[in-house]
Design a protein around this ligand. Structure first.
Ligand code: 5GP
Ligand code: ZN
Length: 112
């Protein structure tokens, strides 16, 4: 499959890794929108939030279990924001479910 995040997950495309285990990978965003900007992905290809179902939803709960540790590993100490963009109007550019962790500085109240 021609999916850039699948290629990052299997090591075909290099990334600056923050955390990895057999289910998920966390790496620094190539174009950071905050002082710390990490992406967390399931290794399994899931297109977006719209494609989360009973058989793959453990990936999402597992990612949220791990987010505090990933934020800590990335050097975040004073709070963070978690965002996922789903579909056209949200400007999802990579069609592989991912969660942005933004922090390392005071964030604006809203990111639109
Ligand atoms: P989206 O707009 O789909 O929610 O977010 C996709 C994110 O992936 C963007 O913030 C973009 O900078 C990041 N991104 C796209 N291609 C790559 C890549 O090859 N490596 C890394 N580390 N990040 C990428
Ligand atoms: Zn993928």
């Amino acid at each position: 499959m021609d999916c850039i995040f699948c290629k990052i997950a299997n090591g075909e495309i290099p990334s600056k890794k923050v955390y990895e285990d057999s289910f998920i990978l966390a790496f620094h965003d190539i174009n950071p929108e905050a002082k710390v900007h990490v992406l967390v992905i399931p290794k399994e290809h899931i297109h977006s939030c719209d494609f989360v179902n009973k058989s793959n939803s453990f990936n999402v709960s597992y990612i949220f279990e791990k987010i505090p540790e990933i934020a800590r590993l990335a050097g975040i100490t004073n709070g963070y924001r978690v965002i996922t963009n789903c579909g056209e109007d949200a400007c999802q550019s990579v069609k592989h479910l991912h969660f942005h962790i933004l922090g390392g500085e005071k964030l604006p109240e809203q990111i639109k």
